[in-house]
Every structure is written in C-alpha cells, then in structure tokens.
Design a protein around this ligand. Structure first.
Ligand code: XMP
Length: 319
C-alpha cells in the first residue's frame, strides 16, 4: 500500500483497531457510500466482511450485474446476491399511494436483510455508509428542525433488533471526501461519480402501481437517456438525471399504424444540496435524440416529455 494516501491507511488502521478479528455485515446498494464502505472494509479486514446485495426488482438496467462484477468478480469481496424481485413485486401489487409504496419497499428490505443476517451468526458488526451530512440531518430531525416531506429509505435504515454493533467508517466525511477515498481504493470512476439513486429505486419513478412490465420499459428508457447524456458530456453537468414512467396512454402513429402506448418523462436537474434544484437546460438536439431513440427502441413507449419544473415547488423525484 506504499502509494496510497495517508488517510486511506489511517482509515484502514482505524477499522482494524475497532473490529479486531470479528465479522462484519454490510448492506451493499451499489450507491457511492455503501460502495466505498465495501471497498474500505474489504481492504481493511478482507474475508471478515460479508456484503448483502438485495435486488428489489427496482434497480436500473444491468445494475445488479454491475455491482456483482465490480465487487465480487473484480475486487473479490464476499457478496451475497439476493434476488427478491418477486417478494417486492408481490407486496407492491395493487398499491399506488407513494408513501405506502415507500413504506413497503423499506419494510421488505429490512425483512430480506434480516433474514440474510440471521444466516451469519458470527457477525458482530453492521457496517453502514453514513456520511457526515447524514449525521447532521438526523440530529436536526431529532430536535424537530428538519421536517419530512417524503419518508426517505436508505439501506442504512435498519432497526436495532439484529443486536449488532454499528460500524460507520465514513461518519466524519463529506461527499467529496468519500469520493476521493473511493478513487484511492481503486473503485471505478463511473461508480464513484454516479448520480444519487433513491433507496426505493424505480418504485418512486413508476407513478402509481408498480408493475414489472413498467419497470422493464422504464429501465430501457432510462438507460438510453443516461447513455446519451454521457455521450454528449452532459452527465457530469447535471446533478441527477433519470426517466419517469407515466402510466397513461396516448395516441401515436408508427408506419401506417396507429399506436396507443405509454409516456416517459425525462428529468434532469442541477443543484448543490438537493433541497432546491433547477431543471437542466439540456440542448434541444440532445433531447430530440433521446426522444427518438426511446420511441424507436422501446416498444410500448410512444411519447417522451421533458420536465421543466423547479424545486420548489416540484420535487426532484415525481413521488
Ligand atoms: P426530492 O424528490 O425529495 O429528492 O426532491 C431529493 C433527493 O433525495 C433523493 N431521494 C431519496 N433518497 N431514499 C433515498 O435514499 C429515498 O426514499 C429518497 N427519496 C428521494 C432524490 O433522488 C433526490 O436526490
């Protein structure tokens, strides 16, 4: 480790001192924070770390494969991949209220994670990707300062019924420091500089009832949008960008036939703190290209619209 910055070695030494020879479980989401924790802990304690990656069926295109590729195959991290798609979809069936959907997704995550944790009776620690701004924010909510507009679920939101000690190695770091640490630990640039993705995933980007068919359409539309943003060098100029599935049908025309298909909305914002945000003034040519590709390549979508709402009064996500 001769070429690594001192702070990486310090972080590793701190984890080793804290954990000793005990075992650790980590809920790996593929987001920046849990990814950096996984890489750090793997470097520090190797085989004493077991990650649990829950696929809730609401992840982006090829996301599960990418997480397994990066951590399991490339880095050699022990990762348990749980495909819980059926379980999540089953519980979401018939539910269209946004808050109810969030609660179900959060609850099922805890359920699945706990079931996996019970299979690892030697684990003494639960690692979480809590970063300094999270610490501040939850301190605020305890004193009633922050008020909740939407209930947020992270992989961090686990109850203490597991009887595990908490390990939060990023607790003192700001986001940009977490990213630097991730790069120093050898994580891929695209993973470390990825836009944030909400805990409930596509569950809050499919308006109303979540169906697998809708999630499949949305995944493909979203991947095209992100692809084109990257190709046009706009990905890093936006803070968050994604597609939203609208379960309404409109009439279109294709060849000599009439179509009657669903709508996708594109959302791209620029923000410092995600508390307020401006819609991104993407070039019309880029929007046009994305729209053409989605309509031509994703059968089932025949109309694409662009969201030009600021936050406030709109929010970044649609639910
Ligand atoms: P809104 O839609 O409230 O989103 O303007 C602000 C930021 O928070 C993200 N977000 C979430 N992140 N769990 C998360 O981990 C959640 O339940 C959740 N809801 C919204 C959103 O993607 C945006 O970055």
């Amino acid at each position: 480790d001769w070429n690594m910055p001192d702070y990486v070695n310090e972080a590793i030494a701190k984890v080793r001192a804290q954990v000793g020879d005990e075992e650790v479980i980590l809920g790996l989401s593929g987001g920046v924070d849990s990814s950096v924790v996984a890489a750090l802990l793997h470097r520090a304690i190797g085989e004493q770390l077991t990650c649990v990656f829950v696929d809730n069926g609401l992840l982006r295109l090829n996301e599960a494969e990418q997480v397994m590729e990066t951590f399991s195959r490339n880095l050699g991290v022990k990762v348990i991949h749980v495909d819980a798609t059926e379980q999540f979809m089953g519980h979401l069936k018939g539910v269209s209220d946004p808050e109810a959907k969030r609660k179900i997704i959060g609850r099922e995550f805890v359920e699945v994670f706990q079931a996996e944790a019970k299979k690892l009776p030697n684990a003494k620690w639960l690692a979480q990707g809590t970063i300094y701004p999270d610490v501040i924010e939850s301190a605020g909510s305890k004193t009633g300062k922050a008020h909740t507009i939407k209930s947020h679920h992270n992989v961090g939101g686990l109850p203490d019924t597991l009887n595990l000690k908490l390990l939060e190695p990023l607790r003192e770091l700001f986001k940009d420091e977490v990213r630097e640490l991730g790069i120093a630990l050898g994580l891929p640039h695209d993973m470390v500089y990825r836009h944030p993705f909400p805990g409930p995933g596509l569950g809050v980007r499919i308006l109303g009832e979540v169906k697998k068919e809708f999630a499949d359409l949305l995944r493909r539309a979203d991947a095209i949008f992100i692809d084109e943003l990257r190709a046009a060098d706009w990905y890093d100029k936006t803070s968050q960008a994604f597609a939203v599935f609208l379960p309404v049908k409109s009439v279109g025309v294709m060849g000599d036939g009439r179509t009657y298909e669903y709508v996708v909305a594109l959302r791209a914002v620029q923000t410092q703190d995600f508390m307020t945000a401006h819609w991104a003034e993407l070039p019309h040519s880029l929007l046009g290209k994305v729209s053409n590709r989605i309509i031509n390549e994703v059968r089932g979508i025949n109309r694409v619209v662009y969201d030009i709402s600021g936050k406030p009064p709109a929010t970044i996500e649609w639910e």
